[in-house]
Design a protein around this ligand. Structure first.
Ligand SMILES: NC(=O)c1ccc[n+]([C@@H]2O[C@H](COP(=O)([O-])OP(=O)(O)OC[C@H]3O[C@@H](n4cnc5c(N)ncnc54)[C@H](OP(=O)(O)O)[C@@H]3O)[C@@H](O)[C@H]2O)c1
Length: 321
């Protein structure tokens, strides 16, 4: 069957559902209405052993646990408290995960926030989008690797975005002069560029260890809570469009086709479960194919190393594998 922008979650599962059978998956940010919750409830029908749902707001995740129980009462589900704006919370979450399992087959770093207008720092003094979308997932992933919960045969999947095109990384000023030069869209672009480069940096470090590292753009959907969570209206959305054109040398961008939440979840499931992708280090999956047009600043090895060192210094820990 062809896999493309129109492929839905259930179609992916009819081809690759067996890859999830008996597996343990951890998904960050699976609040009701989001792409992560759609992925979790769909996955349940494929018969995984354990789904770990990690998020900051239990009341938004309880209905998702209900959905999983209804879809397949045989699947174990564990909620883990995780606020990506706090590195202490990430450490505590890893402790909770270790109490629930000694192995994660597939980690899906899905949680994210897009372009809040107001500059905000995490509890550790890091710009909030960089912290939530990228840095705390860097910490979570490395702590899980270090403690042996993720090992040969497993997959780490980051949910990125073509929105990375709105900015490269301001290595010497990720906090925009403490917010003085903050622009919500540029900060989203910076965070999503960091996810792409971070995927590359991790894949380079795990070379030869049999652990796959991939990144996917789920497609643009208006059916999740991403826009509402940051109160994004049409006018503010227009600013993103203009910024992207400016960064494209003033040339109009190819039209973005919207997808349904089932199709967005389909990309995540396709990337997570298609065994052929496991041998493609740091591949960026867009519309269920490997994207070949990523700009150099988001994939080159030298910048990936630079970001890795910056990230280690921001989390106060070195990771070597
Ligand atoms: N929707 C799109 O068009 C689109 C396009 C490209 C990429 N993406 C990416 O897809 C992923 C999922 O987005 P979505 O569209 O499903 O958005 P969503 O409905 O807003 O879901 C985002 C999830 O991230 C969680 N989150 C945000 N900040 C957090 C924090 N500090 N700590 C813990 N969890 C936090 C949210 O929790 P709360 O519910 O508690 O806020 C929610 O569970 C994101 O990484 C996004 O960048 C989406």
């Amino acid at each position: 069957m062809p896999f493309d922008i129109n492929t839905t979650d259930t179609e992916v599962l009819s081809s690759f559902g067996k890859e999830a059978q008996g597996k343990t998956l951890l998904i960050t940010g699976p609040s009701t209405a989001g792409i992560g919750s759609k992925v979790a409830v769909s996955l349940a029908t494929a018969g995984p052993k354990l789904l770990i749902l990690a998020g900051r707001n239990k009341s938004k995740i309880t209905p998702v646990i209900g959905g999983i129980n209804r879809a397949n009462p045989g699947v174990q589900v564990k909620f883990v408290q995780l606020d990506l704006l706090s590195q202490k919370s990430v450490h505590d979450a890893v402790t909770q995960v270790k109490e629930a399992t000694d192995h994660i087959d597939i980690l899906i770093n899905n949680a994210g926030v897009m372009a809040p207008r107001k500059f905000l720092l995490s509890q550790d003094g890091v710009e909030s989008q960089f912290a939530a979308n990228y840095l705390s997932h860097f910490l979570l992933t490395n702590l899980l690797l270090k403690s042996g919960l993720i090992r040969a045969g497993d997959l780490i999947l980051n949910i990125g975005s073509l929105g990375y095109q709105m900015s490269d990384i301001q290595y010497d000023n990720i906090n925009y002069s403490n917010g003085e030069s903050y622009n919500g869209w540029k900060a989203y672009g910076q965070a999503k560029s960091a996810q792409l480069l971070g995927t590359r940096g991790l894949a380079n470090r795990l070379k030869g260890k049999g652990i796959a590292v991939l990144v996917a753009h789920p497609g643009v959907t208006l059916e999740s809570s991403l826009l509402a969570n940051s109160a994004i209206d049409q006018e503010y959305f227009g600013e993103a469009y203009l910024l992207a054109i400016e960064r494209n040398d003033g040339q109009p961008l190819p039209p973005q086709n919207m997808v349904s939440i089932e199709q967005a979840a389909g990309v995540v499931l396709y990337t997570a479960l298609n065994p052929e992708l496991r041998s493609k280090p740091a591949a960026f999956i867009v519309e269920n194919g490997i994207y070949a047009l990523t700009k150099d600043y988001a994939i080159n090895d030298a910048d990936a190393d630079k970001l890795w060192e910056l990230s280690e210094s921001l989390v106060g820990e070195r990771f070597e594998f």
